[in-house]
Ligand binder design. Structure first.
Ligand code: NAI
Length: 333
């Protein structure tokens, strides 16, 4: 099999070479996009991460493609409908980092509850004062978890360990787990209005895009905190800025942010056809990132030593499955 890996880091190559002996491998540092499509031409499988955009045009330009493996849980960067129509199998890594992302969710929650980020910045300036740094206990507070899948359930487990009450919202409910972990499912409105901290842990799709928008954000309990470790597109940046300005939200912990790929590729925007639209989104991102009521990490919730190894192992396993049995292990289509 000929396999082209995009968005690949140096340390990943020896592992992939070891696990995929006998296959022809190509490694590309950049994401797969329409402007470097030639790098994938003639390959049976492409392996991507989330900054690759495998859309209709990319799929049309790769007629020989048989499979796509994304080295992520989310697959909103791949046009699944078109892939399915063209008979291109798509697989992901469904469970590499449920605890990893849940732990990062709490890194953001605790940074906000105890003003870790503000204290750090003061310390760098040699300022040891404590004015304005009073935090709050999370014990006894109510956490709202939107999406009780692999990650959401880990978030709930950790929250219960901290002595938090938990309300959850999901389109599919796990009654037994609810009993075991000691949380309660609620409607989205009840969750928004009844929680001190809200954690987004559902995928981004057409139903969840801008789930947190100008209308829904008004239902949030005044002074609550919003944590997003899922996908930036779940939250409308305009609504978030307004809610922070008006004190509806007391703060936000963001590992993902709408338009985060623009921040990475700021310089390339100069050549973008949809420049003004992209620039507007970028400005909003910069406004959010410079606020001291926002804790931001650059999409690293998954980025632990253990999780990265699990991603590589599962990706290799997916490819071997595909090569040997004509079927992928973790197929999403
Ligand atoms: P999962 O598929 O196990 O769980 C997702 C849950 O969301 C399911 O229970 C599903 O029923 C629920 N859901 C779907 N649509 C919903 C809706 N409209 N409203 C409420 N709930 C809904 O996925 P997992 O592994 O828990 O991951 C969740 C998301 O976290 C991924 O889709 C991905 O976008 C994001 N993620 C972020 C990472 C990061 O580094 N920041 C790393 C890994 C995942």
């Amino acid at each position: 099999m000929k396999i082209a890996f995009f968005e690949i880091k140096g340390w990943e190559k020896p592992y992939l070479k070891k696990y995929l002996k006998g296959h022809e491998l190509k490694f590309v540092k950049e994401p797969l996009k329409k402007d470097n499509i030639q790098e994938a031409k003639g390959f049976d499988i492409v392996s991507v991460f989330i900054y690759s955009k495998v859309d209709k045009n990319v799929l049309a330009a790769l007629p020989k493609l048989k499979g796509i493996t994304t080295r992520s849980t989310g697959f909103d960067h791949i046009d699944i409908k078109t892939a399915k129509k063209k008979g291109v199998a798509v697989c992901n890594v469904p469970t590499y980092g449920a605890n990893t992302v849940a732990e990062h969710t709490f890194a953001l929650i605790l940074a906000l509850s105890r003003n870790v980020h503000k204290s750090y910045v003061r310390g760098l300036k040699g300022d040891y004062s404590i004015e304005g740094l009073k935090g709050f206990d999370i014990k006894g507070k109510t956490l709202g978890v939107i999406g009780t899948g692999h990650i959401g359930l880990h978030v709930i487990k950790i929250a219960r360990g901290f002595g938090m009450k938990v309300l959850a919202y999901d389109i599919k409910q796990h009654g037994f787990v609810q009993e075991c972990l000691g949380f309660r499912y609620a409607s989205l409105d009840e969750l928004l209005s009844g929680c001190d901290i809200i954690s987004l842990n559902c995928p981004e799709n057409k139903d969840t895009h801008h789930l947190i928008n100008k209308k829904s954000i008004k239902k949030i309990k005044k002074g609550a905190f919003l944590i997003n470790t899922a996908r930036g597109g779940l939250v409308d940046n305009d609504a978030l800025i307004e809610a922070l300005d008006k004190g509806i939200l007391a703060g936000a912990g963001l590992d993902v942010i709408e338009g985060e790929d623009l921040i990475k590729e700021e310089k390339q925007l100069l050549y973008d056809e949809k420049k003004s639209e992209a620039m507007a989104e970028l400005v909003k991102d910069h406004i959010l990132l410079s606020r001291d009521d926002v804790v931001f990490t650059p999409h690293i919730a998954f980025y632990s030593r253990e999780a990265l190894l699990r991603i590589i192992e599962t990706t290799a396993q997916n490819i071997r499955c595909f090569a040997e049995k004509s079927g992928m292990c973790n197929r999403v289509c």
